[in-house]
Each structure stands twice: as structure tokens, then as C-alpha cells.
Design a protein around this ligand. Sequence first.
Ligand SMILES: Nc1nc2c([nH]c(=O)n2[C@@H]2O[C@H](COP(=O)(O)OP(=O)(O)OP(=O)(O)O)[C@@H](O)[C@H]2O)c(=O)[nH]1
Ligand SMILES: [Mg+2]
Length: 313
Amino acid sequence: MKSLIHVMVGVIRNDQGQILIALRPKNRHQGGLWEFPGGKVEGDEPPYQALVRELSEELGLLVHEATPLIRIPYHYDDCSVLLDVWDVNRFTGEAKGMEGQEIRWVDLNHLNDYSFPAANVPILSAVRLPTQIAITGDAANKDEFCSKVQLMLERGCRWILLRDHSLSKRDFADVFHSVKPMCDAHKAILQVNTSLSLANELNAQALHLTESRLTELMGRRAFNGQWLSAACHSPDALQLAQSKGCDFVFLSPVKATATHPEQAGIGWHRFHQWVSDVTLPVYALGGVSQLDFQKVREEGGQGVASISAFWPN
Ligand SMILES: Nc1nc2c([nH]c(=O)n2[C@@H]2O[C@H](COP(=O)(O)OP(=O)(O)OP(=O)(O)O)[C@@H](O)[C@H]2O)c(=O)[nH]1
Ligand SMILES: [Mg+2]
């Protein structure tokens, strides 16, 4: 395999939540397309230092704190890059195109109006996806279920994954229609873990597939909604999810859990290795909570997904 050029890339947000992008000069690799600012690591320069240097050289910004967001190995015909993308959490200075390049602050929901290099597709997902996904648990009845969802929303959950709890199709649709307006009121995404056909019938914005449903999936276009994810438990499943066009994945179980104590966790070492071979945002699931977020990011993941960490007792 060709060696990868290590490129540090910064996702910089202003107080209004807009993201900074820059136009690549016509005469450069991928010229005429928009980019997230950054550039190549020089020699044995530490990566974080390279990020700080590039954003200072290209934008005149001083970075004070950044966290890894996603790493994307990508092979163009003429070169291979490893885009090492970081969320810039704190910076000072006013961004300017120091090399004469055009720069723009863009609303998240307008990013799609711009053309980026092909390698950037997962970055465009990663910047929109949350750090936490709250998965629904059990409840004695529908009222109690809805109250628990309401409580999760009030506690700040903005992405809720509705499990089908072996409900009939009709009951699942009924729960979905009750919970959807509650999520809308909090501008939260409601994702469903159900069949492709029911998700399309419900007009769901986001669908999560079990590994067996992923195997049956014909392709990304079969789902009409905006977000498609899959449950993965092996490197093969991760590759399958990527090749079928999923937007992100859950990798589990990272740790052994109370519900499946007999199943050993993947562990952080393998989590890191397996995640390195895919370009998709990956959520850690299984025995993880908000407390693991920093670790997840260090190991190449997007965030944490959990029932027990979010579902009210
Ligand atoms: N900075 C940046 N580079 C990207 C992005 N996406 C992407 O494929 N690349 C590729 O990553 C490589 C390195 O980027 P670069 O041209 O910014 O490198 P640099 O600032 O060090 O410039 P230089 O080579 O003139 O010193 C290029 O091949 C570029 O096409 C992106 O979003 N931002
Ligand atoms: Mg650059």
C-alpha cells in the first residue's frame, strides 16, 4: 500500500456555531474545491504542533485546545492522504486568508452547498453528528416510556435511538408518533432501530440497522432518510457498513456489560485498530458512558452510545 501523507485538518466553529472553510487555489491538489483549513505534518513534527502551525500560517489563528474528531485514510489517483481531523475547541485571533485564499464561515446546514474533495465526505457527517447517542430502554407501558424519553430530552439528549423492544409494527409506529413531536420540540433527532420498510413508511429521518439487516441492505439509496447507521461487532462488519454507504456505525461491545457479562469486550486496543481501517464516524457502545468520551476520541471514535448512561431509572 502507498504510504499516506499525514495531513492535519481543523474544524473551527465560531460563537454562532458556523464552521470555517477555505477555497483551495486552482493550481493545487484538489484545487477549486473547498476545504477545512490545515496542511501536512513536516518531518517528525508532533501532529498537534503541526495543526497549531498550519492554522497560524493559513488563518492567523492561535489554537489553544483541540480534540481529535476523525481520521480518514484516502487514496486519490495521484496521492494518498491521512486526514487527521481535529475539533478546535479554543482559539484566539480573527481568521484571515493569510495566503490570499477565500475563507467563509458557513452554517452547518449550508455546508452541503459547497463542493469538497471526495475524502471529506465523512468529515461532513462527523461535524453534524453528536457526541452522545441515547438509546431507549424498557418501560412498564407507553406512558412511562414517553415520560422517560421526555426526561432524557430535558437532560439535554439531542439524538435518541428508539429500539423496537420486539414491539409489533403497529405498536412501534404508535410509540414513534408519540415520541417524534417531543423530539422535534427539542430539535433532537429521533433515530429508529427497525426494519428498512417500516423506517421508510414512518418517514424516519434516521435508521439504525442490526448487523443482519445490514447484510440484507441493497444499498444506501434504499433508505429515504438522511442518516443511516449499522451495528458492527467485527472489522468485516465495519467494512460492509462502509461499502454499503452507511453514514456512521456503532461498534460494540467495547467493554463487558451487565446485560451480556458472558461476552468479553473488544477493548480499546482493538477498538482503535478496527476504527483505523474505516473512514466512517464510529460510536463506542457497550459498557461506556459520557465519562469515556475523551478516551473514545483519543481512540478514533466519534462519541458514545448507551442505554444505561442515559435511560432514566
Ligand atoms: N487542508 C486540507 N487538505 C485536504 C482536505 N481534504 C483533502 O483531501 N485534503 C488533501 O490533503 C492534502 C494536504 O493539504 P494542503 O494542500 O493543505 O497541505 P499544505 O497546507 O501543507 O500545503 P503545501 O503542500 O503547499 O505546504 C492535499 O492533497 C489536499 O488535497 C481538507 O479538507 N483540508
Ligand atoms: Mg493547507
